[in-house]
Design a protein around this ligand. Structure first.
Ligand SMILES: Cc1cc2nc3c(=O)[nH]c(=O)nc-3n(C[C@H](O)[C@H](O)[C@H](O)COP(=O)(O)OP(=O)(O)OC[C@H]3O[C@@H](n4cnc5c(N)ncnc54)[C@H](O)[C@@H]3O)c2cc1C
Ligand SMILES: *[C@@H]1O[C@H](CO)[C@@H](O)[C@H](O)[C@H]1NC(C)=O
Ligand SMILES: *[C@@H]1O[C@H](CO)[C@@H](O)[C@H](O)[C@H]1NC(C)=O
Ligand SMILES: *[C@@H]1O[C@H](CO)[C@@H](O)[C@H](O)[C@H]1NC(C)=O
Length: 495
């Protein structure tokens, strides 16, 4: 598709009597090798072609927040565990890389209020519906319709991107999908929005708040847009990658033959010469300093205070301050025996749940507790019966102390703890603050700001594709493919 667009660009410029199109960029740097950085590397490679050299800087490990831990020589997801079936870029990557969906191992969920389970998932879907209906009446249906509408509009992005349309701001992208309403949804809280459509306070307190805690470690004060995205996930149809979700990142980088540099980027500075505008990337690698020059630089790591800081030098305007801090979520991977008594099941054999969400109460000691399956699941695999030792992932605000561990588990063999700067602290976003910019300077782009609209694996992939298209369209001055209004209508009449 790109050669076709190039031809248009050439034709346009010939008509205008100008010299031919600019040469493609020589070298591109991507900072960060999480899903955002890996996906943008792949999409840039697709747009600009294989002759462009892409260097990917990674300070820590390829995969970023897609990561696994080993317990008893089996690996388990300890970062982002699941992907929604409507997340089409992730689905494409799996196909492209010849990876497999990990077999779904069924399990039931319940919501815990600190004393007892208030909502239990049953075997039969219809029965579930009745139970919810009994408890919460019309709220449940209103919620479903709301989430479906948001998802349906969100899915328009795949069509726009297939036609190579790009947006220069996150607001512009959201507006093209769902009008001003979508932009407003990044500023108004999910609790308030659901109240606005007639969802009962009780449903919000019991169910919605538990899902927000489990998904983002935060309350129903988080913005409606990110809230809707996580509620879509809570409705099921989730999958993960056989062998670990992080295989997508390493796979994409390998496929594009990107040059992965294990180094921490410390600064990006602008160098304008008569002929050329370049960016110098300075980095630290095993205690030694290095630097290199690029035509384009993509920052695919969140710029927040507790991350690896990057200074931006010599830019005409300063890079806006990061919007705020990131929210800490502690992931404890515990191999042991669950204390089912704590959840009201004295006989552990009768405990039927594989995941427990906690209601948002002040003394809740965990956000969620989930029995994990290894990333490689063989055909005959079944979940461990509840009375046997299993591997559990507990998400919490703080590291669990001994007493808390002894409350949740009768006994355990091992505990491994990872502290994540997991997601934006959204409380600061519920205001009229603008979302972070995508373009920091002509050839300097920022991918991770999209997390302030919604933080998820697929949002990073959507932002990556948008960014690659934007960089390409701007490089070749294909302005008719940038920030177009009313794309829904345009694409209907084009087809
Ligand atoms: C516990 C947990 C559960 C989650 N659950 C889900 C879920 O169920 N579904 C879902 O969709 N999402 C979930 N997420 C969110 C999801 O993991 C992230 O949205 C996504 O992985 C972000 O990818 P990214 O590439 O944008 O950022 P990251 O994965 O953070 O990648 C950024 C990379 O940049 C590197 N880096 C940073 N600074 C520098 C520097 N100066 N120089 C060089 N390298 C640098 C970092 O080391 C990192 O590897 C979860 C996250 C966590 C932590
Ligand atoms: C979005 O918010 C603005 C400002 O609060 C308001 O004027 C506008 O009517 C809202 N638009 C939609 C579609 O919700
Ligand atoms: C796990 O799955 C991946 C992807 O299918 C495969 O490459 C890897 O060899 C598997 N590992 C084990 C231990 O079976
Ligand atoms: C398990 O939970 C029960 C009920 O909350 C509690 O009394 C007990 O101390 C917990 N721990 C163990 C090891 O049983």
């Amino acid at each position: 598709m790109s050669p076709h667009l190039l031809l248009i660009a050439v034709a346009a410029q010939m008509c205008a009597g100008q010299p031919g199109p600019p040469d493609p960029p020589g070298r591109i740097a991507v900072i960060g090798a999480g899903i955002g950085g890996s996906a943008v590397t792949y999409f840039l490679h697709q747009q600009f072609g294989p002759q462009v050299q892409i260097d990917v800087y990674e300070a820590d490990r390829v995969g970023g927040r897609l990561a696994t831990l080993t317990v008893n020589s089996q690996q388990y997801e300890c970062g982002s565990p699941t992907i929604h079936s409507l997340h089409l870029h992730m689905q494409d990557f799996v196909k492209l890389l010849g990876l497999k969906h990990r077999k779904d191992v069924v399990g039931k969920s319940a919501i815990f209020n600190g004393e007892q389970l208030v909502l239990e998932e049953t075997d039969w879907y219809l029965l579930n519906l009745f139970r919810l209906w009994w408890h919460y009446g019309i709220s449940f249906l209103r919620l479903q319709m709301w989430v479906e509408e948001v998802m349906e509009k969100f899915m328009r992005i795949y069509k726009y991107q297939a036609h190579e349309y790009a947006f220069s701001t996150i607001e512009g992208l959201l507006r093209s999908l769902g009008g001003d309403h979508f932009v407003n949804m990044t500023q108004k809280s999910v609790g308030e929005s659901l109240q606005g459509i007639g969802v009962s306070q009780r449903f919000i307190d019991d169910v919605i708040s538990a899902v927000m805690k489990a998904s983002y470690g935060q309350s129903v004060a988080i913005p409606a847009f990110v809230g809707a995205m996580s509620l879509a996930g809570a409705q099921g149809n989730m999958w993960s990658v056989e062998g670990g979700n992080k295989l997508i990142c390493s796979g994409l980088l390998k496929l594009t033959k990107a040059n992965v540099i294990h180094a921490r980027v410390t600064a990006v500075s602008l160098h304008n010469t008569e002929k050329k505008r370049l960016y110098e990337v300075q980095y630290e690698q095993e205690g030694t300093l290095g630097s290199d020059y690029y035509d384009l630089v993509i920052v695919a790591a969140p710029l927040h205070k507790s991350g690896y800081p990057i200074s931006f030098l010599n830019l005409p305007q300063s890079v806006p301050d990061p919007m705020g801090s990131y929210h800490r979520v502690v992931s404890s991977i515990v191999h042991g025996y669950l204390n089912s008594s704590y959840f009201g099941f004295v006989d552990p054999k009768l405990f039927p749940f594989s995941s427990i969400l906690s209601m948002d109460t002040p003394d809740a000691i965990f956000h969620s507790l989930e029995s994990l399956c290894p990333v490689n699941v063989s055909v005959g695999f079944r979940r461990k019966p509840p009375q046997e030792a299993a591997v559990w992932r507990v998400l919490s605000q703080r590291p669990l102390d001994r007493k808390e561990l002894k409350t949740l588990f009768k006994s355990y063999y091992s505990v491994q703890v990872i502290e994540w700067q997991a997601f934006p602290s959204y409380s600061t976003a519920v205001s009229s603050k603008p979302l972070p910019p995508i373009i920091l300077h002509d050839g300097l782009y920022y991918l991770s700001g999209v997390e302030w609209a919604a933080s998820s694996v697929e949002m990073s992939a959507v932002a990556a594709k948008n960014l690659a298209l934007l960089a390409f369209n701007r490089w070749f001055e294909l302005n008719e493919k940038i920030d177009q209004q009313d794309l829904m209508h345009k694409l209907k009449t084009e087809l």
